[in-house]
Design a binder for this molecule. Structure first.
Ligand SMILES: Nc1ncnc2c1ncn2[C@@H]1O[C@H](COP(=O)(O)OP(=O)(O)OP(=O)(O)O)[C@@H](O)[C@H]1O
Ligand SMILES: [Mg+2]
Length: 378
C-alpha cells in the first residue's frame, strides 16, 4: 500500500497544503523544528487517529486555530481508500470518515491505512515503564487481532468500575461481582498478547542479530499472574481463567488496602532480555541495557510490528523513518535499510536534518525540503 496524497489543514505548524507522494516514498530534509516529525505524525494519525508522540488532540491543532484536518488517499489492493480525520478543539469533537462516510465505531476505521513509524523515541518502549510496552502490544493487536480492541475496551470498563469500588472501600462482595468480567475479558487480552509474543519471538531475535552484529536478545510475555508466568501462551482459556480467578482471590486483602486491582493484563509486561557481548551474560534490557542495545531492541520490535501488519493486510505497510540514523552507527543503519529494501519494499517516507543522512535506496528517493511547515521538492 502507499500513500498517494495528503491534504493538511492547521495540523501543528504545517501550512494548508496538498502533497502528492511518489509510490516509492520521499526523503524529507529540513532543519530542526521545521515540521518533519509533524508531517509523519499527520500521516500516522490516519492509521489510529492518535499522535504517535502521545500528544493530545488539542495539541495538534495549529496555535490560534480551532480545527485541524488531515485527509489521505492510500492505494491498497482493495483500491483507493480515502481516510479523513478532523478535530475541533472547542467542541472537543473528532470526526473520522472512510471514503466519505463516518464509521459506526472509530474502531472500524483503525488501520485502514497501514503505517509503522520508527522514531528515536521508540527507545522508551524498551527502557520506559511497563505501560509503554503494554501500549505497544495493545496497538499492534488492536490493528491485527480480531476482537482484541473490543476485549480491551470491555476490560477497561470493568477495571474502571472495579477500581472505583475498591477506592471507596466497597464491601468485598460488591467488588467481586466484577471479577467474572475482569477474568473473561482479561484472559482474551493475556492470551492474544502471549500468543503474539510467542509467535514473533524468533523473528525478533533474528532482527536483533541482524542489526547488531553478534547481538542477541529475546522477548517473552510476562503476566502478573505468577503461577503461569512462563507458559501463558500455552494455556487454554479455562486454565488461564482459573489462574486469574485464583490470583484475584489471593490478592483480595492487598487490593482493599491499596484500593485498586492488582492482577490482570493492565499489570503485565513484556520481558526483553539481551546478551552482553563482552561477558556473554544475559541481562534485562529494560533496566540494564546499554543505549545501543535498547535502541536495537526497539527497532526489532518495530520490525515485527511491520511484519504483523503486512501479514494481516497481505500488503506492505507504509514505513516512516523519523531521523532514525542520527543515533545509530553506520553498520546498524545499513542493516535497517537492507531490511526496508528487502523485506518490506513498500513506500518509505524518511526524515533527516542533513542531506548526508539520506542514504536509503542508494539516495534514489526523491528529496523534499521542509521549511517553516511548507514542503517543497528540492
Ligand atoms: N500546535 C502547533 N501549532 C503550531 N506549531 C506547532 C504546534 N505544535 C508544534 N509546533 C511547532 O512545530 C515545530 C516542531 O516541529 P517538528 O517536531 O516536526 O520538527 P522537526 O522538523 O521534526 O525537528 P527536529 O529535526 O528537531 O526533530 C516547533 O517549532 C513547534 O513550535
Ligand atoms: Mg523531528
Amino acid at each position: 500500500m502507499f500513500l498517494s496524497s495528503i491534504q493538511l489543514r492547521n495540523f501543528r505548524n504545517l501550512a494548508d497544503q496538498r502533497l502528492e507522494f511518489p509510490a516509492q516514498g520521499v526523503a524529507l530534509v529540513g532543519d530542526n523544528g521545521q515540521g518533519k516529525t509533524n508531517l509523519l505524525e499527520a500521516i500516522y494519525y490516519l492509521e489510529i487517529f492518535r499522535s504517535f508522540r502521545g500528544a493530545a488532540d488539542e495539541q495538534l491543532v495549529r496555535f490560534g486555530e480551532e480545527v485541524f484536518r488531515v485527509e489521505g488517499e492510500a492505494r491498497t489492493p482493495e483500491g483507493t481508500q480515502k481516510v479523513a480525520a478532523a478535530f475541533d478543539r472547542r467542541a472537543k469533537r473528532k470526526k473520522v470518515t472512510v471514503n466519505g462516510s463516518e464509521p459506526e465505531r472509530l474502531g472500524d476505521a483503525l488501520g485502514t491505512v497501514g503505517v509503522v513509524v520508527f522514531s528515536p523515541s521508540d527507545v522508551a518502549i524498551v527502557a520506559g515503564s511497563p505501560g509503554e510496552r503494554r501500549r505497544f502490544l495493545d496497538i499492534v493487536l488492536s490493528l491485527t487481532a480480531p476482537g482484541y480492541l473490543h476485549a480491551l475496551q470491555k476490560y477497561r470498563q470493568v477495571l474502571a468500575q472495579r477500581n472505583a469500588l475498591l477506592r471507596r472501600a466497597a464491601p468485598t462482595l460488591v467488588v467481586s461481582a466484577w471479577d467474572d468480567g475482569l477474568v473473561t475479558w482479561g484472559c482474551r487480552l493475556i492470551a492474544a498478547r502471549a500468543r503474539w509474543v510467542d509467535e514473533r519471538a524468533a523473528a525478533f531475535a533474528r532482527h536483533v542479530r541482524g542489526i547488531a552484529d553478534g547481538g542477541a536478545a529475546t522477548i517473552a510475555y510476562e503476566p502478573s499472574i505468577p503461577a503461569y508466568a512462563e507458559q501463558a501462551a500455552a494455556l487454554d482459556p479455562d486454565q488461564l481463567g482459573e489462574a486469574f480467578t485464583h490470583e484475584l482471590g489471593r490478592s483480595r486483602d492487598r487490593e482493599s488496602r491499596r484500593g485498586m486491582t492488582l492482577v490482570g493484563p493492565h499489570r503485565d509486561d513484556l520481558r526483553i532480555r539481551g546478551r552482553d557481548i563482552a561477558t556473554g551474560a544475559w541481562t534485562d534490557l529494560r533496566t540494564f541495557g546499554s543505549g545501543g542495545q535498547q535502541r536495537t531492541a526497539a527497532i526489532a520490535l518495530r520490525m515485527i510490528e511491520a511484519e504483523t501488519l503486512r501479514e494481516k493486510a497481505a500488503d506492505e505497510p507504509i514505513i516512516l523513518l523519523d531521523d532514525v540514523f542520527a543515533e545509530l552507527d553506520p553498520g546498524r543503519s545499513r542493516r535497517i535499510l537492507e531490511w526496508v529494501e528487502n523485506e518490506e519494499g513498500g513506500q518509505v517516507i524518511l526524515t533527516a536534518p542533513k542531506e548526508t543522512d539520506v542514504e536509503v535506496r542508494g539516495g534514489a528517493l526523491p528529496r523534499w525540503s521542509i521549511r517553516d511547515g511548507v514542503v517543497s521538492p528540492l
